[in-house]
Design a protein around this ligand. Structure first.
Ligand SMILES: Cc1cc2nc3c(=O)[nH]c(=O)nc-3n(C[C@H](O)[C@H](O)[C@H](O)COP(=O)(O)OP(=O)(O)OC[C@H]3O[C@@H](n4cnc5c(N)ncnc54)[C@H](O)[C@@H]3O)c2cc1C
Length: 406
């Protein structure tokens, strides 16, 4: 037999899974409802993604080496990457997603321009799954109704995942992010040449941070807040526009977009022979709201588990075997998620804690630790003396601003 796998959604998660599977000779179907999809996103990726996912230079619009953190009282802390070859990559999602999708197809994944709207679950655990989809390949929006049978399904269809609903994966809490793409006059854009800004304060986000990220020919200006505060999102966006007003003067809004961001994993990420990856599973980190790398990585790890436990596609893997992908994922990144969760809880609580957070970011050791963890996705423990110094400084910053008061 040759194992048949359907991957629903071709964002960074879906295309990475499809490429890995197709390279191993597994019959892979990659579904995408909108081939020119421009996912609402800041588009910041860590440097390690470029090498790990073999991204060519044209995917990176800008190499950001300077980051400005701006506190509620407008204290600015500059964080500069000092090593000459290090950077944060800024990309446009339509370019990144298009590249990854085309590469998966080049390696043999069968790309279907279709919207999957139903998944039939078989009663016997060796029978195939049936996907019902609208095929848009003729150019029609409504599409032609079609079905496909497969042995394994990967749900990579983002935060509003239909595959997650079909397998009753359970809900997650989510944040809502709002973003405006703004084209700036040349002199204003020059300021953001290789600089990104992060603003904190309850005027710009009650739960996270607001950002100005440079893109190809514009800046992405946005903010996010938890679902419970979502009615305030436009007010928060007005907050970041006011704070950055001078730097954005004369800018023209070219796109307005909004999308949910999952806050934690779904209760069930593998059910039967259906596995969720990326946003569909809930792999975005707290504090930073980073999801692109983790989407691609979770999908690749899921695909690798499928290849391993199907004996290179010659047998059907079981639910227990697919769940090993989740175990491996949690073992590799569990600590990262926990640390970022604690950071969010401690530092985004009030304007006093946010002031303390920005103050703490002025410390060179904190900057190095943060950048190393972000750029390389490995938590490199600092030597014990530096760790003690960071801890003392953190507590000091919190105490100075009376930020530890309930
Ligand atoms: C405003 C905003 C800013 C962000 N900024 C950053 C950032 O700077 N850096 C970062 O790392 N992360 C950022 N994120 C998070 C990041 O965008 C996501 O974590 C990432 O896109 C997840 O990738 P994915 O492949 O899992 O899902 P998605 O990128 O959502 O891809 C899902 C794909 O599935 C397709 N699809 C959906 N349903 C169906 C269906 N039924 N049939 C067929 N196809 C379907 C969609 O069209 C889409 O192409 C941001 C998110 C938001 C909302």
């Amino acid at each position: 037999m040759v194992l048949r796998v359907a991957v629903v959604g071709s964002g960074p998660a879906g295309s990475s899974a499809a490429e890995t599977l197709a390279k191993a000779g597994i019959e892979t179907f990659l579904f995408e409802r909108k081939l020119d999809n421009a996912k609402p996103c800041g588009g910041a990726i860590p440097m390690c993604m470029v090498s790990e996912f073999d991204l060519p230079p044209h995917i990176i619009d800008r190499k950001v080496r300077n980051m400005k953190m701006i506190s509620p009282s407008n204290v600015e802390v500059d964080i500069n990457i000092t090593k000459p070859d290090e950077y944060i990559g800024m990309c446009r999602r339509e370019v990144l997603d298009g590249f990854l999708r085309d590469r998966a197809a080049k390696f043999g994944a069968k790309l279907i321009n279709g919207t999957v709207h139903q998944l039939d679950i078989p009663s016997k655990n060796t029978d195939p799954y049936t996907l019902h989809y609208a095929d848009h390949s003729s150019g029609s929006l409504e599409g032609e109704a079609k079905t496909l049978q497969v042995d394994v399904v990967i749900g990579a269809d983002g935060a509003n995942s239909r595959i997650a609903k079909a397998i009753d994966a359970g809900d997650y809490n989510y944040a809502i992010a709002f973003q405006e793409r703004i084209r700036l006059p040349e002199d204003k854009m020059a300021y953001y040449e290789n600089l990104a800004e992060m603003y904190v304060g309850d005027d710009v986000s009650t739960d996270f941070y607001a950002w100005v990220f440079p893109k190809y020919d514009h800046v992405a200006v946005g903010t996010g807040t938890m679902k419970v505060h979502k009615a305030t999102i436009k007010q928060l966006q007005a907050g970041i526009r006011t704070r950055a007003a001078k730097k954005l003067a004369g800018g023209e809004i070219i796109k307005v977009e909004a999308h949910p961001i999952p806050e934690h994993p779904r209760p069930r990420r593998v059910v039967g022979r259906v596995a969720l990856v990326g946003d569909a599973a809930g792999t975005v980190t707290k504090s930073s709201g980073e999801g692109i790398y983790f989407a691609a990585k979770s999908a690749r790890m899921c695909a690798e588990a499928i290849i391993e436990f199907s004996n290179q596609g010659t047998r059907i893997p079981t639910e227990e075997e697919l769940k090993i992908y989740i175990k491996r994922w949690d073992r590799k990144y569990g600590l990262t998620y926990k640390v970022l969760d604690i950071l969010q809880t401690v530092f985004y609580r009030s304007n006093a804690t946010r002031e303390a957070f920005v103050e703490m970011c002025s410390d060179k050791d904190v900057q190095k630790l943060t950048f190393d963890s972000y750029l390389y996705k490995t938590v490199v423990p600092a030597n014990p003396l530096i760790q003690m110094k960071i801890t003392a400084k953190t507590i000091g910053s919190l105490l100075r601003g009376h930020a530890l008061a309930p």
